[in-house]
Design a protein around this ligand. Structure first.
Ligand code: TGC
Ligand code: FAD
Length: 343
């Protein structure tokens, strides 16, 4: 029920935060390698991979791509090492799937800006040293860096989640927060700014959700060999084998899709729609495999002695955030037909 911040220095040493970015001491690993890292993190817990997706894809990436030299120098290495934590505020209480409707505003105040509004469901919010906040300035969406401790800024934790319990989720309250001229990300203008960051994080989710499925598959495979019913191991029943074969096939198909998307990303030819297809598929198959494995564990499957139900509950959030299952379907539908069916 809490995020283990004590693991951050060790994770930082492993180079898992923003490891696919190329800057200074950052390893600049391939996107395929970075995807495999996400797969392994989520094989542990979706909350861990969530932290990586936010820190790397939603905080380091916009600073790296849209920030000034000073912003990059100040934040990138510290975030990479896990010495500082970041969060990404796009969703609002009344604007989730339609972030373009956001009501958070920035107005000019001398050299700087005043931010006002509210964000909701923000991963890492309470523990973040810096928040990338998206707000409308003169009617255009812009990104701002808001530091912990700024007057009028607070990030109370949202409690009571049945899912992604190891991840910190928060509101961001912005009550006339004064920030300097150096807080704006100069390179990001319009909704394309935050959406380009989502491409990075959605890519890691595609891999991660398959990692969670692998954990469930492995747990139930072992269980099926050791648990006996009707005088035989569960693994000897054809119905049971059919499910294991289905799981392994979908895991393999998901990995192959992710591998191809990763190769396209490395080649610089990936599109947002490729990533939507992989994110949507990973979450759908991951959740189906987790539910199937939960059933195959019988009563044991509802306890915390086994990890499957934790993964299953986590994947409900993973299927919802970074664009819901149906939003990714509509993104693909628009790509196929040329007709947007969002509104
Ligand atoms: P639309 O007209 O499609 O696009 C507006 C502008 O953005 C450009 N664009 C993109 N650019 C880069 N990457 C993408 N994926 C892009 N998609 C669109 C587009 O070209 C256009 O540019 P321009 O220059 O012409 O203005 O915008 P729309 O308002 O119709 O919305 C489209 C829609 C629904 C697909 C989009 O709003 C969407 O993706 N909604 C889902 C919202 C979402 O995913 N929120 C995620 C919040 S962050 C989060 O959940 C973190 S969880 C992290 C964790 O813990 O792991
Ligand atoms: P809504 O947009 O209200 O959607 C509700 C339902 O309606 C969904 O089933 C959806 O598919 C459907 N729907 C919506 N529009 C359409 C349409 N046009 N056609 C058909 N169906 C539609 N956000 C951040 O900004 N930063 C974060 O760090 C972050 N972390 C999160 C962590 C967790 C644990 C969770 C659960 C969410 C997080 N989010 C974050 C928010 C997340 O991105 C949103 O929840 C998500 O985008 C969906 O928005 P919503 O919840 O408002 O649902």
């Amino acid at each position: 029920g809490y995020f283990p911040v004590e693991t951050l220095p060790e994770l930082g040493e492993l180079g898992v935060f923003g490891g696919n970015l190329d800057y200074g001491e950052l390893p600049g690993m391939s996107n395929v390698a970075y995807g495999l890292v996400a797969q392994e993190l989520e094989r542990g817990d979706s909350g861990l991979r969530s932290f990586q997706s936010v820190q790397g894809g939603l905080v380091m990436y916009p600073i790296w791509r849209y920030g000034t030299d000073e912003q990059t120098e100040k934040w990138l290495h510290a975030l990479h090492r896990g010495e500082k934590v970041g969060c990404f505020g796009l969703t609002e209480p009344d604007h989730g799937s339609d972030p373009g409707g956001m009501e958070t505003k920035a107005v000019k105040d001398g050299d700087g800006y005043i931010l006002s509004g509210a964000k909701m469901w923000i991963t890492n919010g309470t523990i973040a040293d810096v928040a990338v906040v998206w707000a409308k300035f003169d009617g255009e969406i812009r990104g701002f860096l808001v530091e912990k401790g700024a007057e009028g800024y607070s990030a109370p934790e949202q409690r009571g989640k049945h899912s992604l319990r190891a991840s910190c989720t928060s509101e961001l309250v912005l009550q006339d927060v004064r920030i300097g001229a150096d807080a704006i990300l100069p390179g990001a203008t319009g909704l394309g700014g935050p959406l380009s960051c989502l491409n990075q994080a959605r890519y890691t989710i595609a891999w991660g959700s398959i990692g969670a499925a692998m954990a469930c598959y492995e747990e139930v495979r072992e269980y099926s060999l050791s648990r006996t019913q009707f005088g035989k191991p569960l693994a000897s029943f054809q119905l049971y084998q059919a499910k294991l074969a289905h799981m392994l096939t979908e895991i393999t198909k998901g990995q192959l899709l992710n591998l191809q998307v990763g190769r396209l990303k490395d080649a610089g030819t990936v599109t947002a729609e490729h990533i939507s297809m992989a994110k949507r598929n990973g979450c759908e198959q991951g959740l189906e495999i987790a539910r199937m494995a939960r059933d195959m564990l019988g009563a044991n499957g509802v306890t915390d002695e086994y990890q499957t139900m934790r993964h299953m509950c986590n994947l409900e959030s993973v299927k919802t955030y970074e664009g819901t299952h149906d939003i990714h379907l509509l993104i693909l539908g628009r790509w196929i037909t040329g007709i947007a069916a969002f509104a």
